[in-house]
Design a protein around this ligand. Structure first.
Ligand SMILES: [Zn+2]
Ligand SMILES: [Zn+2]
Length: 220
């Protein structure tokens, strides 16, 4: 069998355990397989624990890599956290808003990676829906030690220019750009994803791959 040249993972998915999604875990995993993804990362809001039931499902979906991360609220917007399996950090965002820079630095020290999710904003001067203009979220432009940003988010596909703006920002700053669907329903799983050049089988692989910057965001 020929070795796969690329490895496609949707790095931003919510399930019923996020509290605001009705997506059944098995429906999500079936959808991921149908869309031809190699892997999926569940990133429930504010809690790493919430996605624990997915651990049990791994054995039923051997051809799909199932990873778990978390999406935390910070003073610099939402951040996706990957590669931290211990639990000490889980409560950071539970009771108060995290400081974005602190989160990036602490997660990195623990061997993981924190990545701003959907870091764009509408420019003040915009008028009608058609005339909307977008820019990089100014809160993330002040951050240091950024390894990557979420360049393509499935919820922004109606405005492809956002991907372009964020992709240009990532390039200018020499950081990586990931893609994730931000799906809250099975239908939206895989609408955006990240293409890696090498297989990713574990959280550790994922962090290593994300730091390598040899990947790119893709939309369906
Ligand atoms: Zn978000
Ligand atoms: Zn999200």
């Amino acid at each position: 069998m020929a070795r796969k040249q690329t490895f496609r993972i949707d790095l931003h998915v919510h399930s019923i355990y996020s509290g605001e999604s009705l997506a059944d875990p098995r429906d999500i995993l079936e959808a991921a397989l149908e869309k031809g993804l190699d892997g999926i990362c569940i990133t429930e809001h504010e809690s790493m624990y919430a996605s624990r039931p997915f651990e049990e499902l791994r054995k039923d979906y051997p051809s799909l890599v199932i990873l778990r991360g978390v999406e935390l609220s910070t003073d610099a917007g939402h951040m996706l956290v990957y590669g931290i399996d211990d639990t000490e950090w889980n409560d950071w965002g539970k009771y108060k808003m995290c400081n974005g820079q602190e989160l990036i630095d602490r997660v990195r020290k623990l061997g993981g990676i924190a990545i701003p999710a959907h870091p764009w904003q509408v420019m003040e001067s915009s008028g009608s829906q058609e005339g909307l203009q977008f820019t990089v979220d100014e809160r993330i432009t002040a951050l240091s030690n950024l390894a990557a940003i979420e360049v393509c988010n499935g919820k922004q596909l109606g405005h492809p220019v956002i991907c372009e703006i964020l992709g240009a920002f990532a390039k200018q700053n020499g950081i990586g750009g990931i893609g994730g669907s931000d799906a809250h329903t099975p239908e939206n799983v895989g609408n955006a994803y990240t293409v890696f050049r090498a297989p990713v089988y574990s959280s550790r692989d994922l962090v290593r791959a994300l730091l390598s910057k040899v990947y790119y965001p893709q939309t369906l």
